[in-house]
Design a protein around this ligand. Sequence first.
Ligand code: NAP
Length: 259
Amino acid sequence: MLTSIAGKSVVVTGASKGIGKGIARVFANSGGKVLVVSRHLNEAETCAEELRRAGGTAKGHAADVTSIGDMQVMADAAATAHGGIDILCANAGIFPQAKIEDLSVEDWDQVMATNLKGTFLSIKSCLPYLKKSGQGRIIITSSITGPVTGFPGWTHYGATKAGQLGFMRTACIELAKYGITVNAVLPGNILTEGLIALGPDYEKSMAASVPLKKLGTVEDIGFAALFFASKEAGYITGQTIIVDGGQILPESLDALAQA
Ligand code: NAP
């Protein structure tokens, strides 16, 4: 049994839906006081309201992770609402697909700004409060795509997800003196609203390439993040957990077929 995170102040970016919402739900159910962040206040607040109805403590906040001004206001808002910041889940990300020949410079820049610069800006802005916490925790949502695997149309996306890990490996050294740990969760294919909208056939075809024969839930990512946030994970920093049902392991289609 892990020591409870009850009463800790948690910021989750990109939390109005998808994986971020799953992380927010897991932390709120565990007694964390959660700031639910997305660019659209009504969607962030709708998620926060759901968490409150389930007995949690949560507040919606509108902010764009590509803006240092927004991130500073976000950090101050979390500290004002919940008495500081103990845990930051830098989760917001976008994944538009375009092969190199069709990929525009603008799309490249937008993915870099959201996924990579957004990770830096959210961490930089929450840092003064994480330092005060004395046992701050930063959990980055990366991906298997980029650090481990590739997928056509995602050169820019994969570069940001691998870049987050490069950032993390120096950040964890710099921030260790403040008692802050920095770790990353690498999801495989996760059953978000966006994927569910593509229909059961698509879900089935995706699940076929996973040894566990199912897609992950958003809570599966939340539980891995919760572990990194726990007191018991306090000596772990600069590390990754792959949460993918074994997806990266089969060395060929035959390896799956013969199992
Ligand atoms: P999603 O369902 O599309 O949700 C994305 C969230 O991020 C939304 O809350 C969105 O809200 C917010 N967001 C987007 N741009 C933002 C910005 N500039 N500033 C603040 N918030 C922003 O995405 P997801 O699939 O859950 O992905 C979440 C993270 O998991 C990403 O980092 C992604 O790379 C990673 N991931 C996902 C999968 C998967 O299978 N889904 C697999 C591996 C990794 P607004 O639009 O209101 O801002």
